[in-house]
Design a protein around this ligand. Structure first.
Ligand code: BYC
Ligand code: FE
Ligand code: FE
Length: 474
């Protein structure tokens, strides 16, 4: 279905036929723009950016590239095309027709899920708002801004659902999405990771690799929802999320490549020598992985969760790729979950499957995270070094769930507080690590040039040469 760009709010939901909703959203639009100008990449409001804008919701619709000033980006409301005769794929209502309206008994749970999803989108823009000052290249700057405008659009996607289906409560939630701010001590964002500062580009690439990937899995789960407008919204968001995954994977890969080049050229794998040569040593990269992976694991919620069981039972939130499971009721099954035991060790507990849904999704996520890690290890091996990256245990450094606050080493073995205190700096980025990474962050804006700590990408955006002027700073 083509998107209507003649409207003030581009959309493919026939917004013009629903005057009340259109007015409500037109009322919200200037608040969004004020928020963008204040809390988004404010210093670049006048820059021309080579952005991709959706012109249709199918594959071909992504072909539209052009120079756009970010505050003029056509944020809009785009849903994937409906699936004819779509049926509910899991939970107690399995097999029944999907819902076009919100059933009264599920109203507050659905609103909460949509508000939580919506909260993360502007949060990430806030977290990334100052990165433009230290971009390693115009190519990377453009990619940052592409991610930012799309996260802004994801906010629009959730605000449309709140305004369109939840009446006054929904409008209030939509306001609140612009009132909470990342890292704000009075009104923080809802989920932990979205209050973590992202002040350097290594953190940005880790965030797009690990945290946007949580987004991918949560959106897949919500795309299974019996509430069809939510499902269709999330299916279209997933097409945008693919690019965010690319930014994270290729970003870290380029950092690893550059580090290996520096190690080869200097003939030393000593972290201090690598740093002296202006690259990020591999152990520091590992500590950044440990931090962002463990923080992102918390985003899946507790291993044993009655909320998750309720969402599944009421067909609001399924498992990612639900169709791949043999059975869709998840009754009379259980999942073995690791829990801390009374003696300071690790025990196993059989948890009813519905209560373990957060863990089911987390396990799928961990497997997906490992794909990139193995790719980086191949680069290290090919360069002739023994170093191996690894994902830490899911018990390591957790703040949510059964392992919250339990001190473990990266292998997940519980340890005493004293050992944690002594070893923490080997496992997580220290103030000194962060200071070093910050010292690498020098702004490079000459077309085609790259900062010294990162290798160039394989190819340019949309077949452009790498020295294309992706952002005209004006
Ligand atoms: N931090 O039963 P529990 C994305 C709370 S990322 C702080 O364990 P439940 C994106 C929880 O709210 C995807 N609090 O968990 C990426 C509950 O609070 P109450 C975002 C947390 O309810 C990059 C309590 O702990 N989408 O799109 O199953 C850039 C116990 O709850 C955290 C979604 O999250 C945490 N990490 O929640 C841009 C989808 N985890 O009831 C965008 C929508 C849990 O005690 N949300 N709590 O007050 C959900 O599906 C679920 O609410 C959760 C798990 C996945 C968050
Ligand atoms: Fe998003
Ligand atoms: Fe994203």
């Amino acid at each position: 279905m083509a998107l209507d760009y003649r409207e003030r709010i581009p959309n493919n939901v026939d917004l013009g036929d629903n005057r009340a909703l259109q007015r409500a959203l037109e009322h919200w639009q200037p608040r969004f723009l004020d928020w963008w100008k204040e809390m988004g990449p404010a210093a670049f409001a006048g820059a021309d950016v080579y952005l991709r804008t959706a012109t249709a919701v199918d594959e071909r619709g992504w072909a539209s590239y052009g120079m756009v000033k970010m505050p003029e980006y056509r944020w809009g409301i785009f849903l994937a095309d409906p699936v004819p005769d779509r049926r509910i794929g899991f939970g107690d209502a399995y097999g029944e027709p999907v819902w076009q309206q919100v059933p009264g008994e599920h109203r507050s749970a659905l609103r909460r899920l949509i508000a939580t999803q919506g909260d993360t989108e502007p949060a990430s823009v806030e977290q990334q708002r100052l990165l433009g000052d230290t971009c390693p290249s115009l190519y990377d700057l453009r990619n940052l801004f592409q991610v930012n405008v799309e996260e802004g659009r994801h906010l629009w996607a959730m605000v449309y659902l709140l305004h369109g289906y939840f009446g006054r409560d929904g409008r209030e939630e939509a306001e609140a999405l612009l009132e909470r701010h990342s890292g704000d001590s009075d009104k923080p964002r809802i989920l932990g990771t979205f209050n973590e500062p992202i002040t350097d580009w290594l953190s940005f690439f880790m965030f797009t690799y690990f945290t946007d990937r949580d987004g991918r899995f949560q959106l897949k789960s919500l795309a299974e929802s019996a509430f069809d407008p939510l499902s269709r919204t999330c299916r279209f968001m997933l097409t945008e999320e693919a690019f965010h995954m690319f930014v994270g994977t290729s970003g870290i890969t380029r950092v690893v490549k550059r580090t290996l080049e520096v190690m080869k050229a200097s003939g030393s794998d000593d972290p201090a020598a690598v740093r002296n040569a202006g690259a990020t040593d591999l152990p520091t990269l590992q500590r950044y992985i440990n931090f962002w992976f463990s923080s992102s694991l918390d985003l899946f919620g507790a291993e044993i969760s009655s909320n998750a069981a309720n969402y599944f039972a009421s067909s609001l939130k399924g498992r990612p790729d639900e169709a791949r499971f043999a059975e869709h009721m998840a009754i009379g099954q259980s999942l073995r979950v690791e829990v801390p035991d009374a003696k300071g060790g690790v025990a196993a507990e059989d948890v009813p499957m519905r209560s373990a849904m957060n863990e089911v999704t987390r396990v799928a996520y961990v497997r997906d995270c490992d794909v990139g890690v193995q790719r980086w290890n191949r680069l290290v091996t090919e360069a002739g070094y023994d170093f191996r990256f690894r994902l830490p245990s899911t018990r390591f450094h957790r703040g949510i769930g059964v392992w919250a606050g339990v001190r473990t080493d990266p292998e997940g073995c519980p340890i005493a507080e004293e050992e944690w205190r002594l070893r923490q700096r080997d496992w997580l980025p220290s103030a000194e690590d962060r200071g070093f990474v910050a010292s690498l962050m020098q702004r490079v804006t000459e077309p085609g040039k790259m900062a010294g700590w990162i290798a160039p990408p394989e190819i340019g955006i949309n077949n452009t040469p790498l020295d294309y002027e992706y952002v005209r700073l004006n």
